[in-house]
Write a protein that binds this ligand. Structure first.
Ligand SMILES: *Cc1c(COP(=O)(O)O)cnc(C)c1O
Length: 426
């Protein structure tokens, strides 16, 4: 028996009983040209603006206006160590110790910075293993790292693809590919949730397999942080990176994050690309020669923090602390299950459109997002949804991504998807 019923009344009852329902009011919901709010199911691409973000940014603009350079030390939240206030809430999101995380730069920059440290190929152990069809920026970053070290991606890049006829990866196949690459494998660099399929990989299993092969385990958590609970420290992940503007709602181009496991916290000997903000804070302003890194993830910082975007990020992190990931995840499982149920209901009620969900059906193997294929009619269905002011996104070659986000989406938002689909020409 399904726990769901395909009625508007069911959606309303779920919304009414939702302990997180008040969080929707904390966000600005975009409006359509007709003045109606849009149905926003695109938090996987750009999270909505927390209403508190504006005041947080204005506070820094005001302090800058009032204090000039003195703001580094006398702003209400002094800029010189601004990033430190973001470490604890970030650590709670990813399951880390506060000194294992740092908010800095943007995502692809952090990926390169951490590969500079953790991809240290030798003549034999030189390969990087990643998921086939990884986000393009990650593919470009990895290919360019291989070439930078004088290796040919044609032989040194190992991509793991789904079996013929399947759309997502089996953990056993990834683990086997890792074991087979064996002592030629330097780095496993996987997504957490694949941007295209929405599959959430078994990160503890991949970490374990990488370590058993003598390789490093690094993850790009762009689609994972703020979407799924994580335990990076406990899982023994070596490093991870993510952006702040997707599920973390920190604004376009917002501040990104990085995790470096505690086992590397006191390793000043590790090769890295250094900058003054990674230098020991107590002596940073002595302006002396000789880089001496801060312990922990902070030691990978290059530059002083971009305060305006950090302010917006901090405002958003405070909301996650209030809502908490376990509660968000519990709602998320219900909300995404509801979307899946309604898509199956729609399929059962007509025969013209066949919506395939390529995201795994097991809740443990996915987050908010469902990726849909409609053979031969994907583009038309996507246009139809857009016409009805439903914002999801289209990813080439043939996928519609819809992501009900538990912080601000409702069961009624998801019901809208079904209502709009029902209006497709029969
Ligand atoms: C969104 C995303 C990016 C984007 O990179 P930026 O450096 O933030 O522009 C990169 N990789 C993955 C896996 C993503 O999901």
């Amino acid at each position: 028996m399904s726990p769901y019923q395909a009625t508007a009344a069911f959606a309303q009852a779920q919304d009414h009983a939702d302990p997180l329902r008040h969080f929707r009011d904390r966000f600005h919901l975009p409006t359509a040209p007709n003045g109606q709010p849009v149905t926003y199911l695109c938090g996987n691409s750009l999270g909505l603006q927390p209403k508190t973000a504006r005041a947080a940014v204005l506070q820094e603009l005001d302090d800058w206006a009032a204090l000039g350079v003195e703001g580094h030390f006398t702003a209400r939240q002094p800029w010189v160590n601004y990033h430190q206030a973001l470490a604890a809430p970030t650590a709670r999101l990813v399951g880390a110790l506060p000194h294992e995380v740092v908010v800095m730069n943007s995502l692809t920059v952090n990926l390169h910075l951490l590969m500079a440290t953790f991809y240290r190929p030798t003549a034999r152990r030189c390969k990087i293993l990643m998921e086939g069809g990884a986000f393009p920026s990650d593919q470009y970053a990895v290919e360019s790292q291989l070439k930078w070290h004088g290796h040919d991606p044609a032989t040194a890049l190992v991509e793991v693809w789904p079996r013929p006829g399947e759309t997502t990866l089996r953990t056993e196949d990834i683990v086997q590919a890792i074991a087979q690459t064996g002592d030629e494998l330097a780095l496993v660099l996987f997504g957490g949730v694949n941007y295209y399929t929405g599959q959430f990989y078994d990160l503890p299993a991949l970490t374990q397999a990488a370590h058993a092969a003598g390789a490093v385990a690094g993850f790009d958590l762009a689609h994972t942080v703020g979407n799924l609970p994580l335990q990076l420290h406990q899982w023994g992940v070596d490093f991870a990176v993510w952006c702040g503007y997707k599920y973390l709602n920190s604004g376009p181009g917002g501040a990104a994050g990085a995790f470096v496991h505690e086992r590397y916290a006191h390793r000043p000997d590790l090769p890295r690309l250094a900058g003054w903000w990674g230098h020991r804070a107590e002596v940073r302003f002595k302006m002396e020669k000789g880089f001496d890194p801060m312990p922990g993830a902070e030691g990978w910082q290059l530059s002083n923090a971009p305060i305006l975007i950090m302010a917006a990020h901090q405002a958003s992190l405070a909301i996650f602390d209030e809502a908490t990931m376990p509660a968000l995840r519990a709602k998320s499982v219900q909300l995404t299950g509801w979307l899946e149920f309604l898509l199956h209901t729609f399929n059962a009620e007509q025969s013209r459109y066949r919506i395939e969900v390529i995201t795994p059906a097991q809740p443990a193997a996915r987050g908010c997002q469902l990726s849909l294929r409609v053979p031969g009619q994907g583009r038309a269905v996507f246009e139809h949804l857009s016409q009805a002011h439903l914002i999801g996104d289209w990813r080439e070659p043939d996928v519609i991504r819809l992501s009900p986000v538990p912080l601000y989406n409702t069961f009624t938002d998801v019901w809208r998807v079904y209502e709009i689909l029902k209006q497709l020409p029969g």
